[in-house]
Structures are given as C-alpha cells and as structure tokens.
Design a protein around this ligand. Sequence first.
Ligand SMILES: Cc1cc2nc3c(=O)[nH]c(=O)nc-3n(C[C@H](O)[C@H](O)[C@H](O)COP(=O)(O)OP(=O)(O)OC[C@H]3O[C@@H](n4cnc5c(N)ncnc54)[C@H](O)[C@@H]3O)c2cc1C
Length: 388
Amino acid sequence: MSEPVLIVGGGIGGLALALALAKTGRRSVVLEQRSSFDGPGAGIQLGPNGVRVLQRLGLAEALKPAVGVPDALAVHHGTTGRTLAVLPLGRWIAARHGAPYWVAHRGDLHAVLAAAAAADPRITLRAAFALASPLVTETGVQARSTTGDVVAGAALVGADGLWSVTRHFIAPGHVPHFVGSTAARCVIPAAQAGRLALPAVGLWLTRGANVVHYPVRGGSEIAAVLITAETWASTQWDAAVDRTLLLKRLWTFHASLAEPLAKAGEWRKWALHRLLPLPHWALGRLALIGDAAHPMLPHLAQGGVLALEDAVTLADALAAHPDDDAQAFLAFERQRRRRAARVEALSALNGRIYHLTPPLSWARNGVLGLLPGSWLMAGYDWLYGWRG
Ligand SMILES: Cc1cc2nc3c(=O)[nH]c(=O)nc-3n(C[C@H](O)[C@H](O)[C@H](O)COP(=O)(O)OP(=O)(O)OC[C@H]3O[C@@H](n4cnc5c(N)ncnc54)[C@H](O)[C@@H]3O)c2cc1C
C-alpha cells in the first residue's frame, strides 16, 4: 500500500481533501495545529458549486438539517434601508445549477467534515501538530512539527490557510498584504433579529463599509459580518473587537440593521489580506490548496467553496497519476489557476464596488435598480455552474 498523503491543516480544504482522497482509496494523515478539529463560530455561504462538492463527498444530507436556504440576495442602501435589488436564489438557482445555495454555521460544516473524516479508516486525524517544516526525501516527504515530532508520507499538501507555513517552502518570499479593511462577525438569535430574520441573504452597502447577514442553524440564528475600512493590520485570526468602535460604525447603517446587530453578545474580527498570484502552487512532492494557494477576500463568499473545489480536483488528479504525485500536483495546478485568479480578482472588485462613495455609489445604486435580478445573477453562471 502506498504511503499516505500528508495534509497540513484541518480546515475546510484539508478535511475535504482527506475525504476526497479516501473516496479514491488513498490514505491520508491530517495534521492540525489546533487541539481539536472544530470550526469557528461564524457563518459561511455555500454556493451551488460548493454544495455540489458536498453532495459528491456524500456529506450534503448530514449538513442539510442545519443549513438555511435563502430565497434571494437582497441588496439594501446602507443608510436608508431602501432595497436596491433582489437577486434570485432558492429554487431559481437550484434549478439553474442542479444544486442549492446554502448558508451555514461554520461549526456545523466543520462538524460534518470532521465526523466523516474521523469515521473513515483511510484517514488519520492528528491534532496539536503545528508544521514547522516539510522535508522532501528521495522517496517521500517528512513533516516536522514545532515540537520536533516527525510524520512521514508520500507527498505533502499545505491546506494551512492564509498564513501558510508550507507556502514558504514552495514560493518563498510571497506573503499576504493587508488591504485596509477588517471583517467583524457575530451570530444572533433569529428571535431578536427583526427584519434580518428573513430567509434571505442581506447585503447592505454604505461608503467604505458593508454588512452581509443570513440565517444559519435551520433559521434559528442569524450570522452577520461587518466589513469596514480600518487600519488594524493584524495577522491574528479571530481577534476580540473594540465594542465602542464597532457600535459607532454599526450605527452609520439604518436602524433596522444596526439595532438587532448592536445586541450581539460577541463579535470577533479578522484583518483582510490579499496575496499576489504565486509563481506556482506545486513543487515536486509539495503542493498548496485553498487559502494557502489563493486566499480570497470575502466579497464573493467563495474562499471556502474554492477550497472544496480544489480538494476534489486534486484527489482526481492524484487518482489519474497513481505512480506520480508530483505530476498530479502539476496537473491540478494547471486545472485550477485560471479559475482561482478570476474569482480572486472579482472578489476584490466587488469589495471596491460595495464601498463606493458618491457620486459613483449613486450610479451603482441606479444600475442595480434598473437591471433585473435574474439577469444580474445569471452573470455568475460561470462561477456557480462549476462541475470540475
Ligand atoms: C469574513 C469572512 C467571510 C467569509 N465568508 C465566506 C463564505 O461565505 N463562503 C466561503 O466559501 N468562504 C468564505 N470566506 C473564506 C473562507 O473562510 C476561507 O477561504 C476558507 O476558510 C479557506 O479554507 P482553508 O481550508 O483553505 O483554510 P483555513 O480555513 O484557514 O484552514 C487552515 C487550517 O490550517 C491550520 N494550520 C495553519 N497553519 C498550520 C500549521 N503550521 N500546522 C498545522 N495546521 C496549520 C489552521 O489551524 C486551520 O485549521 C470568508 C472569509 C472571511 C474572512
């Protein structure tokens, strides 16, 4: 039996890759620096392209009871609360792409991924293993942890996120740069969410900031994220929020949004970063997937979904090159680069459009009001219609 693939990082991409490999009969060891495989307490949108991957991995039924299925994406003027556009989701998008648009709590998604991985005999989960360096040998690879532990395998995939350690060994010197904004997230009970408790994704736009919210946990809770221009360039993941500053920013939005969100018990925040396209994602027996290869700004809600797409594409490539992992990694990179770059660029562009100031924001709002929502959503067919 061939040596396992070492996967660094037990996030969405790493766990999905382990499960996709197991479906092809390949063993893997997932090395995660945290002490457990649970996920952060925030929301995640899963476009049809992501749900299709979950269906393929046999996980969709397990997650289904916990998801929200929004009817529409409603775009609102941030300060007046006026609805600028309504883009169809729900049945419309499910019929168009053969898979639904879901919104979920990350904890629920992680729990489903981690439970399936823990139950599969071809997957070994190892928590509290922080990769310090990978070592490529004549016949395979070794992962060395920060405490000196060593795990051996045939090849190593860095699914270790935005601040990937693996990336240093594949594309040295390439580090993410701060884009001048932060994302603060909270989850509130639907009972106290007022107008936000609708089965829809809400997007509120104002100068230099936007809010996105949607129902999670079967509609019993609402997840929200406030993205705003800020100078806090931290590399910290999931940091505490200065509540006074946050409330000040929140109250620049219409009261029907600000009031319920101001009641949220806890907000956590992230500084948003971009990474210039890497010269390569693969080097011999080492490769990168997900945010380690191509981090995304959140304005298209696709970073996690692309990590899912990467996972199944890489597993297919490894199965197609059973005797040559390095060739499989190159084939994977060739298949994925252009799409990842397109999604990344569009995410960044969306952020600029969301945060426009007058008079350009007036033009944006006018265009949104004129164009049919279904026409606007059809512009994303190339994104949501992905089939690998
Ligand atoms: C505000 C915000 C909203 C978002 N909304 C969405 C959305 O709605 N939909 C969507 O699809 N995407 C969304 N994203 C993007 C999404 O969160 C990421 O793209 C996704 O989490 C990437 O998954 P990943 O597995 O590549 O990396 P991660 O989720 O970052 O996982 C990396 C894992 O590697 C581990 N790790 C790191 N270093 C090491 C090491 N040295 N050794 C061992 N383990 C290590 C980490 O602990 C972590 O568990 C959003 C992002 C933000 C910031």
